[in-house]
Design a binder for this molecule. Structure first.
Ligand code: DQA
Length: 145
């Protein structure tokens, strides 16, 4: 199985960005952990970070016919982007939405996700481990399909 991993806006700042909320790992640290676990799950990864909505959408479109699933942390676009939701619905790729922080413990504007209704499921609150759980969940989803 081949999975597209997308990190949304501001996640390039991980490690220095609000470490009390997002942890001290950098994006490279998280990507390394994903690469280690993906091998044991027999999943191949293609990983990108983008700050702009359009660039994220272009990656989602390019996954059509080339990837089996999507693991995405849409960052703040989670709470604003009908366009990313429509892109995911448009390519109908099994998608798992992940968040480092528990968005339901935070400001109310973070409690709504435009993405969750088009995802298989959502994982929120486990720091970098949310990504590992997300990839395991996607692997489980592929195997039971
Ligand atoms: C986030 C949560 C979002 O609300 C926030 O805008 C982010 C990161 C998370 O991983 O916890 O940028 O997606």
């Amino acid at each position: 199985f081949y999975v597209l991993v997308l990190h949304g806006p501001n996640l390039n700042l991980l490690g220095q960005r609000e470490p009390e909320t997002y942890g001290s790992d950098t994006l490279n640290d998280i990507n390394s952990k994903l690469n280690v676990i993906s091998a044991s799950l027999k999943i191949e990864l293609s990983i990108f970070q983008e700050n702009s909505e359009g660039a994220l959408i272009d990656h989602i479109h390019a996954a059509l016919g080339t990837k089996d699933g999507l693991l995405i942390n849409p960052g703040a676009y989670t709470h604003t982007s009908v366009a990313i939701r429509d892109a995911i619905a448009g390519v109908s790729l099994p998608t798992v939405e992940v968040h480092l922080s528990n968005v339901y413990k935070r400001e109310s504007f973070r409690h709504h996700s435009y993405i969750a209704p088009v995802a298989v499921g959502q994982i929120s609150g486990f720091g970098w481990y949310s990504y590992i759980l997300g990839l395991q969940a996607l692997a489980h989803h592929f195997r039971k399909e």
